[in-house]
Write a protein of this length. Sequence first.
Length: 288
Amino acid sequence: MKLRLRALLAAGALATLILGSVGPAYAITGGDADGEAHPNVGLILFYDPDGRFRCSATLVTPRILLTAAHCTKDTLGKTAVTFNTHIADAPPSPFPPAADPVAGYTAPEILAMGMLPGTAFWHPNYSDFTDIRNWNDTGVIVLDQPVQGITPATIAPRDYLAQFEQPKFPKTIFTMVGYGTEVRQSDVDNKQKPTPQSYPLIRRVTTEPGQKLAVQVFQTNGNEHDNRGGGGTCFGDSGGPAFLNGYLVGDTSYGYTLNCRYLDGYQRVDIESIQTWLATFEGLGYLD
């Protein structure tokens, strides 16, 4: 099982805008174990033509999870979903592979794993990290059956983040949740430079101060040494939520460094292009 990275982009025209040289979203570098603080945040597991990957996602209706487009585009077969906060302390992966990786998971295979099957969709205008003006890195998983006993998150009203523009944005503290890797020293070699460690595989939570707000995306300072926040997102946190004042305001999209200790980028979900698309799904029509 691979981690779905935050889109790694080459430096280019975007450097003069907001992104510079960045990459898909990675796991929380600091922060804490989430426990049951955010039970509506789940792990998703899927195949695409490059292999098997995991991302994070947020339940927004009993049947729909919101995640990143780069965690849903070109999915083969079904996507597996779990809301378990603790997956594994050490390898090997507890998730069995698909019988036919070329076709991806089937619903019976996913149910046999004790997970929930769903179908992936991605925003039709997702630019695959090529156009900051039309980023649209949002996707959804539509579950075969509704989830019972978990309260969905509330997506922010349209243009909610506009009220936090400069000079307020650097003083705005967001909460991020995901199943990504933790950046720390290896348990095997304590002298090793801190690097992303895939285990323990658990749901984590952290806080990040705002850095820059743009029309399609926003960025935060994702360094655990920043006394304004608790850390950043990393490998496997892709698609996971950014919360503000109880609202889901973004999904984890990209990052700048392989050690996950710089700027983190999030697709805004309070904007017209995202909310108009989401409103086409049953149960999310209220967004239109």
